[in-house]
Design a binder for this molecule. Sequence first.
Ligand code: HEM
Length: 271
Amino acid sequence: MYFRVPSTNGETTSALDRTLMYSKFLFVTLRRKDARARATLRRAGSCIARGFFNDFHADEGPNPSSNETVQFLVAATPRPCNDGLLSAECVAHVTTKYRPRLGEIEAELERRLGDAATVRAIDGSMKAPRYTSAALHEYVDKDAAARQSGRSAGNVIIIPMSKTAAWWNMSMLERHVYFYPHMDQEQGGPVAGHAQAAEAGIQTIYRRLYHNPDGYQRADEYDFVTYFECADEHLATFDIVRQALRDERRNPEWRFVIEGPEWRGRRVLRW
Ligand code: HEM
């Protein structure tokens, strides 16, 4: 159903565009690798975490003490490059309903790190699914992997990505078919589509999709940040799913995808 609701600035906005939560991914690249820089990083991490529920404990207790959450991550293998993403040893993923709070956290982190590190931030917003019918919801969510603690599901994969102008030039109704099994006009035959191509990951990969809160097709920004968690034994499944989605014969949607860099790391209690 597509209905319109009043926005906070008085204009009407589509219910599909309404943001449920805001997130910030703070990618931290150390300028120096010495003990002093690492101590500064640890202190800065503990300061920004104050008042936030630590998602490392997700699913370990009854009720989180706050709906503002933080998850600290450390890279498996940071790479020497200058994009501020793949080079990042550490990431803090912060989530709240109140967006200005995230700006404050970013500023505080930068101030506390000083010249020890650089920070690159990517913003995200969680929205209601756009293409997921009741039937698709049943298919992808009925047996979907539940969120686990960082102890059980220690791996994280973050991939920012965008879609091409041709994608955004289609209507939402035209786009939605790509998530379902459908007939592909280019190949002249049936194809799996996004959800079925990704089926192997439904039960084992915990996934979250973040939209760019400021809109799509913005210069030098990504349209989405995709975020995944899984246990060690399911990392191989993630790779299978990723390859299946890239296979345009099974998933023609990928013809419209511009992949960003893939950051891999582990969930930790603190930096
Ligand atoms: C693990 C199994 C996966 C399942 C079951 C799955 C399922 C879905 C579904 C149902 C949607 C539509 C959401 C909506 O209605 O708005 C979606 C969107 C999306 N997925 Fe996946 N997905 C999986 C893995 C992945 C992976 C591995 C990637 C990236 C490497 C990915 C990237 C995306 C992106 C970028 C969108 C948003 C597309 C858009 O709105 O244009 N997904 N996924």
